[in-house]
Design a protein around this ligand. Structure first.
Ligand code: GLU
Length: 548
């Protein structure tokens, strides 16, 4: 067979050479040990936690080593493509703070190793396809879907491995004339790799997460180019990661099964094999057993979920670090204020079997992260979230930044900051009462007669002075308590509750309910200081009018 002639027959228009491409995309000038890696997601419209795990792993490996991270859009599967998905992908990754040094962006491509969208690279793949054909390493296959299905059925009936290999690889050694005849008839074809591997042979391989693997050679003649001339993932992976000078491929371990083929392909193309970092799946506990997070069953797999709930990006980031590197939590405890980037991330610490996702832990991490923010930061992030997901609340926050910031400053900054918020969604139930729009009607405990409650509120109004300090304020509450025959001695009350009609805690609760509509709130004195005299008085008066 004249392979040169076959190559010319299949790719008459390809005139560029691999040498020209090598020159166009020269080796990167980077320091020894610098990792060049990428995120290479397919734009399916669904960006998930697994993408972020892979993204953060890649990002840390690249940037900690003084290397490069780029974004490549793997849009070769037109069937799966959803309109607008590339934009969703780019925006989402940006939202989570994954900073790419080059690659696809909202405004086109950035970098000299592009194009970074695979559908725009068809001519590049064809150069290498032609080269493989000219060396007898690839060939066209004219099998129809029906023929392939029949083949598969027969293999299953015979209990043989399925696939296009050995005697089933029926287009492997056809003559130039036969091929020419098919082309002349206008029959569609795919380009297949001519595998020289055997499943009898095994070899050792080192994966940076999985460790030493024993790999069986691939004997299947996999498809390189589909009938529309667009490459399969496998072929695009080899060509792109070579030409973009990727040193480390960080990807999900669902690709391990095709790794033997990828290794063969790099060898056949004469490319240096990158290092591989195969990340295990995200798991969760379901009852007492672990299972993979599933798109269908688990809304928390989608990144849109975290945004809508209002998990700050920093919290999701810290949680992923906690999940991936078991020493992260200790580091964070020892360095509560250090920028997260100063943690030394190690891909080697990833659990080869996959990571366990624990929602309760994420909530915990998020509470800590928010508690360490200052009021200004909380205000900015909360307002951004609310403007998108709860516009009415967002408007109240935006209309009076000073008021909102004073509310959000409650309990912040000390050694033991309050941890009321895990997500921005928690903010309205926590602080909504500061706004008349969200103030609920007080529901006083029916165990106390309305006249007693009214008596307390009237006395409080009579003595209330907004300029009192916290001690004076509380002394007044205690005075009201004893004046109405309730006790301030909580110990005595606990010993014999029947001996007292009520306590200072009940008195405080009446006032708290009148002012906040709730039985639970941050420190009531501070709340009144923020509400101010007029609003506090108006609320107590309104409560009184309902009691009468
Ligand atoms: N497009 C592939 C995916 O989304 C990329 C895998 C890789 O990183 O090589 O799974």
């Amino acid at each position: 067979m004249d392979y040169q002639a076959l190559a010319q027959l299949l790719f008459p228009d390809v005139t560029m050479t691999p040498e020209e491409l090598e020159a166009r995309f020269p080796a990167r000038q980077l320091p020894e040990g610098a990792v060049v890696t990428r995120m290479a997601p397919s734009p399916t419209g669904f960006v998930h936690l697994g993408n972020l795990v892979q993204g953060l792993t890649s990002e840390r490996m690249a940037h900690q080593s003084g290397g490069v991270l780029f974004l490549r859009v793997e849009d070769t599967d037109a069937k799966r493509e959803v309109p607008g998905a590339v934009e969703v992908l780019i925006e989402t990754l940006k939202h989570y703070g994954i900073s790419f040094d080059e690659g696809a962006t909202m405004d086109g491509d950035n970098g000299i190793y592009g194009p970074y969208r695979q559908r725009q690279r068809a001519d590049i793949y064809h150069v290498y396809a032609k080269k493989l054909v000219s060396e007898g390493k690839a060939y066209p296959c004219f099998c129809t879907e029906e023929e392939l299905a029949a083949m598969r059925e027969q293999q299953e009936a015979n209990k043989e491995n399925t696939g296009y290999y050995g005697k089933y690889a029926i287009w492997r050694d056809r003559s130039l004339e036969e091929i020419q005849a098919q082309l002349d008839a206008g029959n569609p074809w795919v380009l297949r790799f001519r595998s020289t591997g055997s499943i009898e042979n095994q070899f050792k391989f080192d994966d940076l997460v999985k460790g030493k693997l024993t790999i069986t050679e691939n004997d299947v003649d996999h498809v390189l180019l589909k009938s529309d001339g667009i490459p399969t993932y496998h072929f695009a992976h080899a060509v792109d990661d070579h030409l973009m000078r990727t040193t480390h491929v960080v990807r999900g371990d669902e690709w391990l099964s095709t790794l033997p083929f990828h290794i063969q392909l790099f060898q056949a193309l004469g490319f240096k094999l990158p290092k591989y970092v195969h990340i295990g799946p995200l798991m969760k506990m379901d009852g007492t057993s672990k299972r993979k997070l599933s798109k269908r069953k688990d809304p928390e797999l989608a990144l849109t979920y975290y945004k809508a709930e209002g998990f700050p990006v920093a919290a999701v980031y810290e949680y992923i670090m906690t999940m991936l590197n078991s020493n992260f939590e200790d580091w964070r405890r020892a360095n509560p204020d250090a920028p997260v980037d100063s943690f030394k991330f190690s891909a080697k610490k990833l659990n080869p079997a996959g990571s366990l996702f624990d929602y309760a832990k994420l909530v915990d991490v998020s509470k800590n992260v928010i508690s360490r923010m200052d009021a200004g930061q909380v205000y900015t992030l909360l307002t951004q979230w609310a403007q998108e997901f709860d516009p009415a609340f967002g408007k109240l926050l935006a209309d009076n930044p000073d008021y909102a910031s004073r509310i959000l400053a409650i309990g912040r900054g000390g050694k033991k900051p309050r941890k009321d918020l895990a997500v921005w969604k928690d903010a309205k139930p926590y602080m909504g009462f500061f706004y008349d729009e969200y103030l609920e009607e007080p529901q006083f405990d029916p165990a106390f007669s309305p006249s007693v409650v009214a008596d307390v509120l009237n006395r409080f109004l009579d003595s209330f002075d907004i300029s009192d300090d916290a001690n004076t304020w509380f002394d007044k509450v205690k005075a009201i308590t004893t004046d109405i025959g309730f006790t301030t001695d909580m110990k005595a009350f606990k010993a014999d509750p029947a001996a007292f009609p009520g306590t200072v805690a009940d008195v405080s609760t009446f006032i708290r309910l009148a002012v906040t509509g709730k039985t639970n709130s941050p420190d009531l004195y501070t709340v009144m200081q923020i509400l101010g005299k007029d609003r506090t008085v108006a609320r107590i008066r309104a409560a009184l009018s309902r009691l009468n």
